[in-house]
Design a protein around this ligand. Structure first.
Ligand code: SF4
Length: 455
């Protein structure tokens, strides 16, 4: 008798890369138990919706996605950040089968078991050793911890995801090795607070390949830098020990890239945000880092229109930005988040003022970005190819560009190039955010020769 076909799981993944990693873990676990995956609502026995609940717009999107899954399929399990607000979800969508919070993998899997029992004999060998991933084959996110011990007044992540919980170092390194062995060319290290890695474990000593290592950001980066693939650091809080990884970047062992969300530059606003408030010192550190590692790209995000932000505070921010000359910058207009301490602060900034400040900020940064990119004209850079259109045009990223959030390198005459290739490209032109170039040395198109014919 043929074996019954396994139950099929649909998954809708919303939110940030950290949520994406949660989705990958859930899928990996379910696939390991023998479940099949469905690409559409109709074919799924149950749909898991992994939600984001950080901003009001993200909550609306999540509630909309739950509604869509209910309408299309009817059997829906909700998880992720918005899952921390089960009452809200059940009030809007009483028919959801279960609601679980962020990184509650066991609870999600249990809820799936209730709706669609697992096959008796799981084909564990169907699961690749590196797990299942939702990113392209050539890059992967490596989540090193959950939660955060900081108390930024605009943020409810610590309420949603709890205090810092670092994954054990051998577990993180084993996952990184498996990903590299599976052909991943770029690892994106993520968490809520990457440079705090190991604080909760008191930087416990641990054995790894015959060496004793600390569960610490610097030791983690040192071992990752030996994998021989691109390693990019995201969400780095500027603790003093971040200085210690810049030499690894200068020596081409880690990508010369630091994603540090500075959020503002005015001491008054930073204090109200409960963030480190010495941006003068930060400028000095940036100068030192760049002297040591001239190719360093610093990426950051800022918030304009935070409660109490005056014209003078905003001018301080623009002046700091001009001094800092950061390569990659994103900017958000302040949006109150339900449950955040900042909601109680006086001095709400009117929407039209927020809007004007945002435009001025973006114009200023556009000029900086264009000037920084111009310095790359004429250089030959390593580029990791993301897409190819079949007509010799490829789009990739240099060391300065993280996927989804930064600029791109547009490559013409990229004959024979495939996604995941790491090639050299000569940069001929630059604009405000992107680079334009051709492979170096140049590639010739592959010409087909018919037997006995002329090319
Ligand atoms: S460091 Fe990031 S995650 Fe932690 S409280 Fe601040 S903004 Fe939130």
């Amino acid at each position: 008798m043929p074996a019954p076909s396994p139950a099929k799981i649909g998954l809708v993944s919303l939110g940030c890369p950290k949520a994406l990693v949660d989705s990958e873990r859930i899928l990996t676990r379910l696939r390991a138990e023998g479940y099949a995956l469905s690409r559409d609502y109709a074919g799924a026995d149950v749909v898991v919706v992994n939600t984001c609940g950080f901003l009001d717009s993200a909550r609306d999107e999540s509630l909309g996605a739950i509604g869509e899954a209910l309408a299309e399929n009817g059997k829906v399990i909700v998880t992720g950040c918005l899952g921390a607000e089960a009452d809200l979800i059940r009030a809007r969508h009483p028919d959801v089968l279960a609601v679980t919070g962020p990184h509650q993998y066991e609870a999600v899997v249990d809820a799936v078991h209730q709706v669609a029992p697992p096959p008796h004999d799981p084909f564990v060998d169907l699961v690749p050793p590196e797990g299942l991933r939702l990113t392209p084959r050539h890059y992967a996110y490596l989540k090193i911890s959950e939660g955060c011990n900081n108390t930024c007044s605009f943020c409810i992540i610590p309420q949603l995801r709890g205090r810092l919980q670092s994954r054990p170092l051998p577990q993180v390194l084993t996952e990184a090795e498996k990903l590299a062995a599976a052909g991943v060319k770029e690892l994106l290290v993520i968490s809520q607070d990457t440079s705090a890695y190991g604080v909760d474990l008191k930087h416990a000593a641990t054995e790894w390949r015959g060496a004793t290592l600390r569960t610490h950001f610097v030791d983690l980066c040192t071992v990752l830098s030996q994998l021989g693939i691109w390693v990019r650091l995201h969400y780095v809080y500027p603790y003093p020990h971040v200085d210690d990884v810049v030499p690894l970047m200068a020596n081409d062992r880690l990508l010369p890239y630091l994603d540090i969300p500075f959020q503002h530059a005015s001491p008054t606003v930073l204090k109200a945000m409960r963030r480190p408030a010495n941006q003068e010192k930060m400028l000095e550190r940036l100068r030192r880092w760049r002297a040591l590692c001239p190719d360093l790209t610093v990426r950051s995000t800022f918030i304009v229109g935070f409660p109490g932000e005056t014209d003078a505070d905003f001018e301080t921010l623009l002046a700091w930005l001009d001094e800092a000359q950061l390569e990659r910058v994103g900017c958000f207009k302040y949006e109150p988040v339900d449950g955040a301490a900042a909601n109680a602060l006086p001095g709400t900034v009117p929407d039209d003022v927020k809007e004007q400040r945002w435009h001025r900020f973006m114009r200023a940064q556009r000029t900086i970005s264009a000037a920084r990119l111009k310095r790359r004209k004429g250089r030959t850079l390593s580029v990791l190819i993301d897409t190819v259109d079949g007509q010799g045009r490829a789009v990739g990223r240099s060391a300065a560009d993280a996927p989804e959030i930064d600029g791109k390198v547009h490559i013409a005459d990229a004959h024979g190039v495939k996604p995941g290739d790491l090639i050299k490209a000569r940069i001929h032109d630059t604009d405000a955010y992107d680079l334009h170039g051709t492979p170096w040395p140049p590639r010739r198109p592959t010409l087909t020769r018919r037997p006995g014919g002329r090319r």
